[in-house]
Design a binder for this molecule. Sequence first.
Ligand code: KIV
Length: 270
Amino acid sequence: MTTVRDVRAKAGEETITMLTAYDAPTAAIVDEAGVDVILVGDSVGNVALGYETTIPVTVDQMAGHVGAVSRATEEALVVADMPFLSVGVDERSSIENAGRMLKEEGAHAVKLESGPHTVELTEKLVQLGIPVMAHLGLTPQHVNQYGGYPRQGTDQEAAERILELAREHEDAGAFSLVLEHVPANLAAEVTAALDIPTIGIGAGPDCDGQVLVFHDAVGLSEWTPSFSKQFGNARAEMEAAVADYVEAVEGGSFPAEEHSHEESDLEELY
Ligand code: KIV
């Protein structure tokens, strides 16, 4: 089983792979493929629950998805993303919400969309035994402040702020850092400055690892961001399978004899 120590030890040594998963079958696929870290992202909100953003996702919803993924995962490290306002409002509820993901749902660590408000909290959670993955750059829970999903760290001041926050979260005890949608040269600089591994999404090739949303990577999403890549065409395969099913049922070829079962002692039913 992969531990946070294994992931941390890969910094500068071996590339870390991370994918999201939100349910048991996809978690099993990702785990069996040998992915190091499974992130139960709050992206479940827009990817699987039909919301436009991650804002409406609740702790209860996350708990259900984290439990499903944990039960299906044997090797990978399972990281539970903490949804909007589940951490950072007050210390007690932050600890209870994060702790629930480990205590009740089987996650090994939590991810916090990070900022100045999560430095002390990261330290506290780590002291209590809750490993923390930090997340800087584009933090989608700030969509209403950004007015969209713009690239972050694009001027000197913003880049310096990200680097400083990265250092502060490392000092607070985070075991890794997600860098989302930042210039590749900034991600390279942050990666070089830290001992903990960086895991990039839209952050260029020089991070210690990469993460993508499962549905984007397998080609199931209708739309994918420009920094993502479709490694398959799952949507086309699923569409073809469903069309074949409809045709077979409507045409009477399914269920066939081999899909049916007759019981001889039911002959006198009427
Ligand atoms: O929620 C999520 O899937 C994420 C990743 C994109 C890093 O935060």
